[in-house]
Every structure is written in C-alpha cells, then in structure tokens.
Design a protein around this ligand. Sequence first.
Ligand code: SAH
Length: 216
Amino acid sequence: MTGLSAETKMQFLFALRSRGVTDARVLAAMEQIDRGKFVKGLFADRAYEDTPLPIACGQTISQPSVVGLMTQALDVRPRDTVLEIGTGSGYQAAVLSKLARRVYTVERHKRLVRETGDLFRELGLTNVTAMLTDGSFGLPEQAPFDRIIVTAAAEDPPGPLLAQLKIGGIMVLPVGQSDTVQTLIRVRRTETGLDYDELLPVRFVPLLEGLGKDEA
Ligand code: SAH
C-alpha cells in the first residue's frame, strides 16, 4: 500500500483492528498488499473500505476484516504450504503469500485465474500459483497441506479437503445450509481425528461444482 495517503492506510488498518484483527504478522501482510490492485473499474475507489465488492465473473472480493480474521484463524507459519479454494480477485492469496512458504490457489473461472496470475507476476509474488480446477476435490498433486482456506461456502467441509490436511494442519472455511446463513469454522486435524470450532457468522458465495460457464 505504498502509494496511498497515510490517512487512508491508517483508516484501513484501524478498521481491521476494530473488527478483531490483532495479529501483528497478519496486519503487516495486509499493509504490504495493496487491495486497490485487486479491485477494478467502477468500485476501485472503494478498495480501502471494509466492505466486500463485486469483481469479474459475478464473484466478490471478500471484506478486508473477514480476510484478516480468516488469515489470523489459519495461524500460518513461515514454512507452511497453503491451499486456497476460490481465488476470486487473488487478494486473500496475495496476503497469504506474505506469510507462507508456498501458496496454491484454485478457481473454477478461467478469466479469474488468468487475471490473478498476471497480477501476482506484476506484484512480484513468486510463491503463489493460481490454477484452474474444481476446488471441491482439492489439489491432490500438491497434497498434503499445512493449511487450507476455503473462500466459498459449502454445506459441510468437503471430504477430499479434509483428507489433504496434514496432521497438525488447520482448515478455515464457511459452512451453511443456505446462501444467507453461514458460519466460519476452523478444523484441526489431530493424531486421532478432527477438532471443530465455530468462529463467526459470515456470508460467502457458494462453492459450486465443475468449471465456470466461460469454459464450457
Ligand atoms: N478469495 C477471494 C474471494 C473469493 S469469492 C478473494 O480474495 O478475492 C469465491 C470464489 O470461489 C469465486 O471466485 C468462485 O468462482 C470460486 N469458486 C466457487 N466454487 C468453486 C470451486 N468448486 N472450485 C474453485 N473455485 C470455486
């Protein structure tokens, strides 16, 4: 966020803190990644407000405080390999790239994969790769993962994703029976099974099957 006025930057970080994003490493990562680069066209001038905004392919870039809270709950360590399901604008993946060793992010819309790939290169984020695939099946060729984050809502945690989580690994995802009522949950894989905890109410676009229509 180098080109921004000190005031805009301060307000952005203040909003994050006031919503409970207190982890210094997460705040530093979010200070480094300019959200304005990930919002295009009409809504670009609202990039530093704490609000979700429309992006291409009828999708949304998540609210910054939700990105912060999810990243914080994921508790990423510097040597971790992270999988994100739902690249969207690429913003969440870019923030993760500042905290992890390696980030894979998968998306069902080809256009979003292409545009975010270009943006990651432009920003010099060399440890994050966007790939076109149905993320409900995870990314078996790179599994297992230390951390998995899902930024689209399913009814339950998808089985293939749970199977691709290392022992000691953490997955953060929204689950819910409808488009309007969802809960952000955290799943930890232990030696003996899975521990679940509920974090906060959220609202995400649904996790859909197959690739986007632009690929048909
Ligand atoms: N993390 C994004 C916001 C994601 S919006 C950001 O930082 O901007 C959710 C995204 O999940 C959408 O782009 C949608 O196309 C994608 N998605 C939905 N179902 C999917 C699936 N099965 N596999 C991969 N991506 C999916």
